[in-house]
Design a binder for this molecule. Sequence first.
Ligand code: ADP
Ligand code: MG
Length: 704
Amino acid sequence: MGTETYTVTGMTCASCVRHVEKALAATPGVQSASVNLATATATVEGDASFEALAAQVEEAGYGLGRPAPDATVAGVQDDPAPARTRMIVALVLTAPMLLAMVPGLGLHLPGWLQAALSAPVVFGTGWGFFLRAGRQARHGQASMDTLIALGAGVAWLFALVEWWNGVHHLSFETAAALVAFLLTGKYLESRAKSKATDALKELLALAPPTALRLDADGSVAEVPVADLRPGDRVRVLPGHAVPADGRVTVGQAEVDESMLTGEPLPVPKGPGEGLVAGTVVHGSMLEMEIQAVGAQTQLARMAQLVAQAQGSKAPAQDLADRISAVFVPVILGLAILTLAGWWIASGSLASAWRPAVTLLVIACPCALGLATPVAVMVGLGAAARKGVLVRDAAALEALGQATDLAFDKTGTLTEGRPRLRRTLAVADLAEADLLGLAASLERDSEHPIARGLVAAHAGALKPVAAFRAHPGGGVSGEIEGRPWRLGSAAFLDVIFPEVDEDGIAVGLADATGLKGVFVLGDRLRGESAAVAGQLRRQGLRLHLFTGDRAEPAARMAAAVGIESISAGLRPEEKLNRIRDLQAQGAVVGFVGDGVNDAPALAQADCGIAMGSGAGEQGTGAAMAAAPLVLLRPGLEPILAARRLALRTHRVIRQNLGWAFGYNLVLVPLAAFGQLERFGGPMLAGVAMGLSSLTVVLNALRLRR
Ligand code: ADP
Ligand code: MG
């Protein structure tokens, strides 16, 4: 079973989203399906074949496209050219009829010319509305297209009847202008929407198109990046971007990773260190060995994650979805009532159709469908640009609404680079031997303590059999046939001798008992206290959840300014603490280092994994564990992420308010004929186009 993202064609409004979702969900093998209007994508979980899905979607009147083969981003390839042509043709043909309405110009177009100009506008450039409405009608469904097709069709037919009856002022221009204005709105909207995916396009454009490959005979060839394979060696000149992920083999240079992590300071890199596609080498030349290419690079995976997240639904959309399910039928009913009411009141069908058509068109649920997803799309793109990787729109919303924020200690509030301060021999082994054993045991552990112990040991490492990591406790393994355990006092079930130093103490024990204790010191991050202070001023309750002992945890919490402390927690106990808070109604964010805090990161309403900078292995684990990943080291990105979460949420609320308010005000006005003196159906066409454009433009403000 897997999750796959497909492109969807032919969707225009919130009702379409529901139709496609229903069609996908009805396909055998599908677990869940979620469709996004702004990105024009469907995310399907399950094991249905593409053919089966496509058949169902076509049956419902829409089209399904295969997912892009590499990391290209769905929805990006939204070609606005045909929409522009349609708009221009419609406007040019409609213009003479509108001019003829200007009093004093004395322009009068004969009826046949009006019919000849308006028919291609309504049924030519506006054909799509009729086509989709017809397809949906065959399946007993109605959408925005139904409303527009009915509105424009009825308007044009009435003009025809007027002409037949010899009426002097014909209303062909109403039908034409309605379609022309709608197409203009659609075009402007699609242009604005294509801006919404800019952040991702920029991200993908960071990797250069070609690379300098060093061939076995020592020659250098410029080859397309697509031709690179893992194991190839390439040269990167100063000022140039790294073509794929890999490792430095020769040279020493400063590497600018700001485009990926937002971290402004370049990072010095030398042999053995990781390089990430899209980052820029400065100062001198580097040679590197390629390890991952194309869709496997961190850059491509990041873009893919963001694209997927942009297609995910924010909970705020639930209401819009529920309303749009009944919206179109309700509007159709209201339009019929309006027609009947005015017909009865005025006694003439000729004056009754206009308010009904105005109502049909003005009520199109297009802005309603776009309000939330377009804000999510722009917000997540802006976050990616700041080095905040968001995998799920719901998590970003939760961060904005969080009441409690819990921090892990090691690697989160501290720098996560514990250095060995002291080794204490408890029994018969020498200090150097103890360290050799500990470093060997820790070789395959990702924990910061492990890295500190390995770094402190100068000699060779011994082979370890039956290695196991015990998250939140320590590690175990056999060296030369002898079983060892290394970790916290609780994990070893011993009591450490009194250590007067402040630091992390871990013990090494064999089957007979404790052999030694290592004391490591880890520095508090410079910004921890300031960031915690700001978050507290924003009204958040802060907590420290740590696996470490109570005394060092309390000292650290006091230094940072956190009052609520829970120490000695195993990873699943951190999860339980989060659950307790949630049971009391709190919306909880948890900040952890992603390596051993996966359960807590997943349980929190918003799990935030600390990145360790581009190219380090920790980032991969963090990306898998949490819905939010900070690519830039340090705690400050939390503040940026929260600001963005709040702004995105505000834009969503404004957009929904606007989309609902617009209908709430204009639909009754239309029904009571109050819009007729402002152009009636024509005004409806303009207003409808403007309302969708407004929500898109409002969302684009998030790019700032
Ligand atoms: P924190 O919550 O402070 O990040 P963890 O949950 O990662 O701490 O771990 C809790 C305790 O378990 C650590 O303080 C340490 O004593 C022990 N521990 C965990 N992993 C290891 C390891 N790989 N090596 C040694 N000790 C470890
Ligand atoms: Mg930790």
